[in-house]
Design a protein around this ligand. Sequence first.
Ligand code: PMP
Length: 326
Amino acid sequence: MRDKRVYDSILDVIGNTPLVRLHRITAGMPFPVWAKLEFLNPMGSSKDRIAKYLVEQAERTGRLHPGDCILENSSGNTAMGLALMAIQKGYRLKAVVRDRTSKEKLDQLSALGVDVVKVDTSLPPEHPDSYNNITPRLAREIPDCYFPDQHNNRENNQSHYLGTGPELWDQLDGQIDVFVAGMGTGGTVGGVGRFLKERNPDVKIVAVDVVGSVFTRFFRTGEPGQAAPYLLEGLGDEFLIGTADFSVIDDMVQVTDRDAFLAARELARTEGLLVGGSSGAVIHALRTIAPSIPEGARVAVLFPDSASRYLSTIFNDDWMREKGML
Ligand code: PMP
């Protein structure tokens, strides 16, 4: 029978995203590539999955009670997912975002009535108001407040282990050889990677990082080194974080802001896929590693969010020129 896709709640629409074969941007690659379209989640990103799982786990384990405040630091997408959970379930949400967060994301959070705290990313990491210090401090100061801590809480990875991973395996009938995805908190790569490796240890897991982030150097040398500023939203970090599970990663590719942005623009024009800069980063990384992928291997990539969040930045020629990217 036809699935009529009628649901009792918008929360039931989270996950089960389509997997779509790419044909044009992958021209010349001697293997098929499928993209998991996470921007088709209700709030427009893969982060809806973790928002739902983190909130429902906290409820199940008595860490979150009716009327409580939820507090989280986010590149904007997790905040949007948590906003949906908060509205549907009767919580308040305070979101801590970096000052490079796009205007579109801030406008959407404002439309959802979220209390947003913007952090100055030029502050040194050790500063009490830095991105990674301010939220734990606020969590201690604000009464009846739940801080899911997506950067250190492995329930983030677990949501992908239980959802995204099995969906992908099922969609490709277990015929998957390479999985390529961006690494921000590392929840996606960690959770999907662990699931796929348990099913088939030969699946190659490739994490995509951004130039300026500490992940790649740590992966290669065991030393995080010094972070440098970058513009890409959603990938990388200035610190090593608890959700970054390097044990399931076979290879890591570091992409520049410019390469990520140009590939995102190309995805729009060649595939009609309006996706964000981290999806562009994944495509650029795939091109980099394509020569090492065997002919006929089956490759899956993940596109976390939509271009609609970056129309004033990545998809705006003036902004791109101002940043020296065009
Ligand atoms: N892309 C975007 C746009 C994101 O917001 C995020 C989440 N920070 C990611 C990629 C990376 O996902 P994860 O946190 O699961 O590593």
